[in-house]
Ligand binder design. Structure first.
Ligand code: FUB
Length: 474
């Protein structure tokens, strides 16, 4: 255990540790190396997360083969980092198959992952809840059994496709359903129990499955899959996305029309989110090479509203949306996710992956998205990003780690770059800030380099650490 002010006599062996960042992906579909379905977007800080199932059906199979839920993230809605599977059927010991559509809802610093999963009890699909302390987990079963099952009074004919919405007053609502049976219920503040009866929402015309709820300018919106041939699809084996609005969260709903036409897969499942001031629709299709109805792929496109609050029909693209890094200080095109991180030293129980995993710390002691620390080393240590090709960089942002034990805020820092033959301070750099509980931005004259280094000098008797280090494209 580390203790502040304790003197440690360990040597300062220099260890080079390299953690390869996950691959960055771009354009639609946003992943083509495997198949993804049923996307659910979530914005946390300056990061857009997408939670999605994985289609594992071999070519020609006509069943869903789905065993895990995966996470992708982006800081510009155009370039994606794959965080792999973060939950699977085994997350729910009472379940046995069918990792279908899911959605994550934050509350009280925790992240609740509502999933469609085939329980081992009577009936078919259930809704389970996993919980984690960060958007990337780790996630564990939050309830020990289904939140919704066929034995839930007034449940849907197919208990799938949860969407959870939390209103401004803190009341959370669960909507779900398939086989034309939309259902809704309030959730208790613990997010794992219903607070009152299951109701049948009114006005969701031609509802088939896949509800997604959000609020904009005081108006509630429900986007959902429909499969009628009355302006929706050419054949009822396909689906479009219709939407309805309401002035209260449980309706009644007023149908407004089709927002997303049928896609290249028979199923059509979407989520809507605002990120960096722009609205997006995240959905799936069958457009990846070798794709099909059971080999689907997630896509992202722009979503536009008219002045009266109605939505314009989405233009489905293969390019995806343009990069939207935002305009707030601390945002921009962050090149860190595409870099490999290395360091002079990392403590065995801490992680270099913290540097560029897209975490948005709540404070300098928040290690919910991992923390890099170099205890028991003192003096000057460094962390570094390496890119396979030269990048033009003119700003970094550093969120320092302070565990109130052996790791403290540094005494000073300096940003350096590889000139091709040596490390040199980046030219014209502004003060390298060492404040806690905030992002410290350092600007400099743009350099073109394959390696950017943050040299960190500790206070006497302390080591140093970093929660997130961003490097921005010039
Ligand atoms: O992915 C399995 C099921 O297909 C989902 O739960 C539905 O929404 C449909 O996309």
């Amino acid at each position: 255990m580390r203790t502040r002010n304790r003197v440690f006599g360990l040597g300062a062996a220099l260890a080079l540790v390299t953690a390869l960042a996950p691959p960055a992906l771009a354009a639609n579909p946003i992943v083509t190396s495997y198949y993804t379905a049923d996307p659910a977007p979530l914005v946390v800080g300056n990061t857009l997360y997408v939670y999605a199932g994985r289609d594992e059906a071999p070519p020609g199979d006509t069943n869903f083969r789905m065993r895990e839920w995966r996470v992708l993230s982006s800081t510009d809605a155009a370039t994606w980092t794959d965080h792999g599977a973060r939950a699977n059927i085994a997350t729910f010991p009472w379940a046995g198959a069918d990792a279908w559509a899911s959605e994550v809802e934050p509350r009280g610093g925790k992240y609740y992952w509502y999933t469609s999963v085939n329980g081992n009890g009577a009936g078919w699909m259930d809704i389970g809840v996993a919980v984690g302390d960060s958007p990337l987990g780790p996630f564990r079963d939050a309830k020990g059994g289904p939140l919704i099952s066929d034995s839930t009074p007034n449940s849907s004919g197919l208990n799938i496709d949860p969407t959870v919405f939390t209103d401004d007053d803190g009341q959370a609502y669960l909507y779900w359903g398939g086989y034309w049976g939309a259902r809704a219920a309030k959730l208790k503040p613990d997010m794992i129990e219903l607070d009152g009866p299951v109701v049948t929402p009114q006005g969701l015309a031609n509802f088939w499955e896949a509800p997604w709820m959000f609020k904009r300018n005081g108006l509630y919106y429900m986007v959902y899959a429909a499969n009628d041939t009355n302006g929706c699809v050419t054949s009822s084996s396909h689906a479009c996305q219709r939407y309805a609005t309401a002035t209260s969260p449980l309706g009644p709903w007023t149908h407004r029309g089709v927002v997303l036409d049928q896609v290249s897969s028979t199923t059509n499942h979407a989520g809507v989110v605002q990120f960096n001031g722009q609205w997006y629709i995240v959905y799936h299709n069958a457009d990846a090479p070798g794709g099909g109805d059971f080999r689907r792929s997630v896509a992202v496109d722009l979503l536009h509203f008219n002045a009266d609050g109605t939505m314009r029909k989405v233009t489905q693209t293969t390019t995806g949306p343009p990069p939207n890094p935002g305009t707030n200080p601390g945002t921009g095109t962050n090149l860190a996710p595409s870099a490999a991180a290395s360091t002079s030293y990392v403590s065995a129980w801490e992680s270099l992956a913290a540097l560029n995993n897209g975490g948005t710390p709540a404070n300098s002691a928040d290690r919910s998205n991992l923390a890099y620390g170099n205890w028991p080393e003192r003096g000057t240590q460094w962390v570094e990003y390496t890119w396979p090709t030269a990048k033009s960089v003119n700003r970094v942002s550093t969120y320092w780690f302070d565990d109130d034990q052996g790791i403290d805020l540094p005494a000073s820092c300096q940003v350096q770059y590889w000139t091709g033959s040596a490390y040199a301070p980046v030219p014209g750099q502004s003060a390298c800030g060492v404040a806690g509980n905030t992002s410290n931005s350092t600007t400099f004259t743009a350099v073109s380099t394959t390696r950017l280094r943050l040299s960190i000098t500790s206070k006497p008797d302390f080591s140093t650490g970093v929660l997130e280090w961003q490097a921005f494209q010039a």
